[in-house]
Design a protein around this ligand. Structure first.
Ligand code: DAH
Length: 339
């Protein structure tokens, strides 16, 4: 029995030393010291030994068990340390490696132009106002003095949601909302998305952007309107820019006009860009109609004012010489990045 125990110890020592990982070590622990392990079995069979032999063999068996335990423990520590080391080696971070490039977005050209327009008008004391894209027929047409039979009200021109609700066709309803909510003096610009039932082509999109302006105070004249818009055009297109006011019709202003700027490409001589005329149309404007003021609760015998509205997409296209509106909405970063 003594020999058997000693043989077990030397076999176990050999196997433990030869083991290659923590899993092998655990298997060996079970093999020798587990409930049905070889050393355990010897200890269990002690009852078959004689009185004299029992303490001697018991002592040796315990020594063998302890020796195997210590050995297992030592090798286990070694293995753990080397496993951690090799893992650290595998997972080591090379801080000199080039990093993954984060692809940054880019401000959309419409927003680049809008920010520039904001800058100009905020500098003149305007505040920014906003309104809903889903509007009532009342705010979009009725309160703006639009005749009941005005063609823009038709189904072929306007997206209706219900009989009373539509996708706003212009930013002008923001004027109505502002006048109803604020007392004069009022001085706002109102940017936003607008919608019209248009076929898509190089210059038309069913979704587009406008920016509107409104000034209400006492003793406002056409001279204020002209001065403001002339200053705006010079700031946006360059100091040499001239403006021309042509009569026009809008239901919500009287008199109404359209503004052309001298072509900033040819300086007014006529070129492909301005279609030979030397002028480029940029906006509509006028003196706010008394009917609109009264409808919005402003006494038209005391107050008056001017308003203007322009297509932001068109301004962006002019400014950056973009010849197709569709590229503004295709969201191609290669295009957007150029501005
Ligand atoms: N709402 C007009 C349009 O969509 C643009 C416009 C013209 C706005 C004259 C105004 C204005 O405020 O006074 O064509």
């Amino acid at each position: 029995m003594k020999e058997k125990l000693q043989a077990l110890l030397s076999l176990a020592t050999e196997e433990i030393n030869a083991s290659s990982n923590l899993k092998d070590l655990e298997d060996l622990r079970v093999k020798y010291l587990g409930k049905k392990g070889e050393v355990t079995t010897v200890l269990k069979n002690m009852k078959d030994l004689s009185q004299e032999e029992r303490p001697l063999i018991g002592k040796i068996a315990n020594e063998v068990r302890e020796a195997i335990e210590v050995l297992l423990e030592n090798i286990k520590e070694e293995k753990k340390a080397s496993e951690i080391e090799s893992q650290l080696e595998k997972e080591s971070i090379d801080v000199t490696m080039p990093s993954k490039r984060l692809i940054r977005g880019h401000k959309h050209p419409i927003n680049v132009a809008l920010d520039e327009i904001f800058e100009i008008f905020l500098g003149m004391g305007f505040k920014i106002a906003e309104g809903p894209e889903i509007e009532t027929v009342y705010h979009n047409f009725d309160a703006l003095n639009a005749p009941v039979d005005h063609p823009s009200r038709g189904l072929s021109d306007t997206f209706y949601i219900t009989e009373d609700l539509l996708l706003r066709t212009q930013t002008s309803p923001i004027q109505v909302r502002t006048m109803k909510n604020q007392k004069p003096p009022i001085k706002i610009i109102a940017p936003g998305r607008c919608f019209r039932n248009d076929e898509i082509d190089a210059t038309h999109s069913p979704m587009f952007h406008q920016i509107e302006g409104l000034v209400i105070d006492k003793d406002i004249t056409m001279a204020d309107l002209k001065g403001t818009l002339d200053m705006f055009a010079k700031r946006l297109f360059g100091n040499q820019t001239k403006t021309k006011f042509r009569p026009h019709y809008f239901p919500f202003t009287e008199p109404s006009g359209e503004v052309d700027v001298s072509c900033f490409k040819c300086g007014g001589e006529g070129c492909r860009f301005c279609k030979g005329s030397g002028w480029i149309e940029i906006l509509g404007c006028g003196m706010v109609h008394p009917n609109v003021l009264e409808e919005c609760g402003i006494d038209s015998t005391i107050y008056n004012g001017f308003a203007f509205g322009m297509g932001l997409d068109r301004i962006t296209m002019l400014k950056y010489e973009i010849d197709d509106i569709r590229v503004l909405f295709e969201n191609d970063i290669r295009f957007i990045k150029q501005f």
